[in-house]
Write a protein that binds this ligand. Structure first.
Ligand code: ADP
Ligand code: MG
Length: 210
């Protein structure tokens, strides 16, 4: 795990988001202002533009570099939130081993940072409804000694199930909350984009372990 791995994950997430551009744009048109996927793609493209720098760093510094780029290029509410995810993960690399348990803690630390930044937990119909259950399952599996391969197979279905569950929720945070009851019946765009990125990253990392 190093800057090259970070970049491979970014490539995988970018390719999958690109494939789902129209769908995510529509979701954010339904309950937001339509810009979510374009905010994300702009951030990812800024990361692709500094590929060599990211690839030449160690794992933690590569995440930190990516975090800074995301903060300066992704607009909307999601820019500072994804910055918090990446920088929270990067900071946690200082005092955790680069093993399965360490990765669970990096991810949890990143998700905690997003939660603090956005002042949101589960149930508000946001990306937290995907990120928090995935982080919890990751911790639980690491605690019982699950292999990396088992974890990479287990997390995407957790993300998917929780992304789908945002459809019936009432939005109480972010732009969608302005719609009140009318926010029900639509999947949250940030939950969908997070789920897509989690699925893509897990699939990419599983290739290394096939
Ligand atoms: P904006 O809402 O400013 O247009 P984006 O469209 O980029 O920003 O992102 C919208 C997504 O951000 C939502 O779908 C939701 O998942 C997420 N979001 C909004 N507010 C919060 C929050 N306080 N905490 C976590 N996620 C949030
Ligand atoms: Mg938006």
């Amino acid at each position: 795990m190093n800057g090259k791995t970070v970049m491979a994950c970014i490539d995988a997430a970018y390719a999958s988001l690109k494939e789902h551009t129209d769908e995510i744009a529509l979701l954010d048109q339904q309950i937001g202002d339509g810009d979510h996927i374009f905010n994300l793609l702009r951030g990812m493209e800024a990361l692709l533009a500094v590929r060599t720098e990211i690839e030449s760093e160690a794992f933690g510094p590569a995440l930190d570099l990516a975090a800074g780029k995301v903060l300066s290029t992704v607009g909307g509410s999601s820019g500072p939130l994804f910055y918090s995810l990446l920088s929270g993960m990067s900071k946690a690399t200082a005092d955790n081993a680069m093993d399965v348990g360490g990765f669970a803690r990096f991810f949890s630390a990143g998700v905690d940072a997003v939660s603090q930044r956005g002042k949101t937990g589960v149930g508000s119909k946001t990306m937290m409804d995907v990120l928090i259950p995935v982080a919890r399952r990751f911790d639980e599996l690491a605690a019982v000694g699950a292999s990396a391969r088992m974890i990479l197979d287990a997390l995407p279905p957790v993300a998917e199930e929780n992304m789908l569950a945002t459809r019936d929720m009432l939005a109480t945070k972010g732009r969608a909350s302005f719609l009140g009851e009318r926010s029900r019946g639509h999947i949250d765009p940030g939950a969908r984009s997070s789920q897509i990125m989690i699925a893509a990253v897990c699939a990419r990392l599983a290739q290394n372990r096939a």
